[in-house]
Design a protein around this ligand. Structure first.
Ligand code: SF4
Length: 310
């Protein structure tokens, strides 16, 4: 792959061209906002590698999906297809992605194909050793934490009372490796009034995303009424947390921002769409650069900050 940035009069790198597998794509330079790009298109994907997880978060919307892939040949086909439709960044999610038996070879393969690679994990299986094994192949490690208080995490089903302490220790280790850190927070009735700034200042992520808890029919029906919050309550969470220092790049996503704006793959590699509040599946082979823009709301994808210097 070759990357060439055009340079403006002040010497700043702007929109450039990336060449990969014989195709040329426009990309953003490090200082360029998405709306300055010459055209907007979906550039990133989330692959939910597995539904297995050691935790039982009440809001989880990815525990009842199809079966995970069992060999690297299929992983390779999925990743090649993603390259062909112009995907540049891939986020491996779950379930807990570290529980997929082929997790390490798959992320290695993704890195070999020149993807920007990120993972989102509950952190349980991360330690100094696993992080040093992952660090050559991942650009971002995302950790999920929803509260400063262990008792809130326990009530949500995330861990047994040591989650916040563990995530804080893991964040330190991630910083030492030079891998970028992202934090994901799900905002529910249990934490929408919480000031999370002190915790975030301790964790010091390069990016922080807070999501309004989202109902997906058939996934998280059981506890949704107990956890759901209104847009107004989510905006209250935002108002008390939005002045986290700029470097953390806080992003707050309401339900409406999330619906239709994520390019998601199921464990088996099918495209998952959540347009109607439940998942519908489309074979990846049916998708090309044109149909991807019909399946998703590209403008919404750009507006929620789907493109950033990764
Ligand atoms: S840690 Fe993630 S995958 Fe596991 S139950 Fe919680 S939200 Fe779901």
């Amino acid at each position: 792959m070759t990357v060439t940035y055009e340079v403006d009069a002040s010497g700043r790198e702007t929109v450039g061209l990336k060449e990969r597998r014989g195709k040329r794509y426009s990309i953003c330079g490090p200082d360029v906002k998405h709306h300055e790009c010459d055209r907007i298109r979906i550039r990133s994907a989330n692959w939910h590698l597995t539904t297995k997880c050691n935790y039982n978060c009440k809001f989880c919307f990815s525990r009842k999906l199809d079966a995970e892939i069992k060999n690297l040949k299929i992983a390779e086909e999925v990743l090649k297809k993603l390259v062909d439709i112009g995907i540049e960044k891939i986020n491996f999610a779950g379930g807990e992605p570290l529980l997929h038996p082929l997790f390490l070879p798959i992320i290695r393969m993704a890195k070999d194909m020149m993807f920007a690679v990120s993972i989102i994990s509950n952190g349980y299986y991360l330690n100094r050793d696993t992080i040093s094994k992952l660090s050559p192949y991942v650009d971002w490690i995302g950790l999920s934490v929803d509260s400063t208080y262990e008792e809130v995490e326990v009530a949500l089903g995330r861990g047994n009372g040591n989650h916040v302490k563990h995530i804080t220790a893991i964040a330190d280790i991630v910083h030492c490796t030079g891998v970028k850190l992202k934090i994901n927070t799900t905002v529910t009735r249990m934490n929408y009034a919480e000031n999370m700034r002190p915790l975030l200042k301790k964790l010091m992520p390069e990016r922080w995303k807070a999501f309004q808890v989202l109902h997906i029919t058939g996934q998280n029906d059981r506890y949704f009424n107990e956890l759901s919050i209104t847009d107004k309550e989510f905006d209250y969470f935002k108002s008390i947390n939005q002045d986290c220092i700029e470097e953390m790049g806080p992003v707050f996503e309401r339900n409406t921002d999330m619906i239709d704006s994520y390019f998601m793959l199921s464990p088996r590699g099918m495209v998952m769409s959540n347009r109607n509040g439940n998942y519908s599946l489309t074979p990846l082979d049916n998708i090309d650069e044109q149909t991807i823009s019909q399946l998703l709301d590209v403008r919404k994808y750009a507006e929620r900050g789907g493109i950033y210097p990764w």
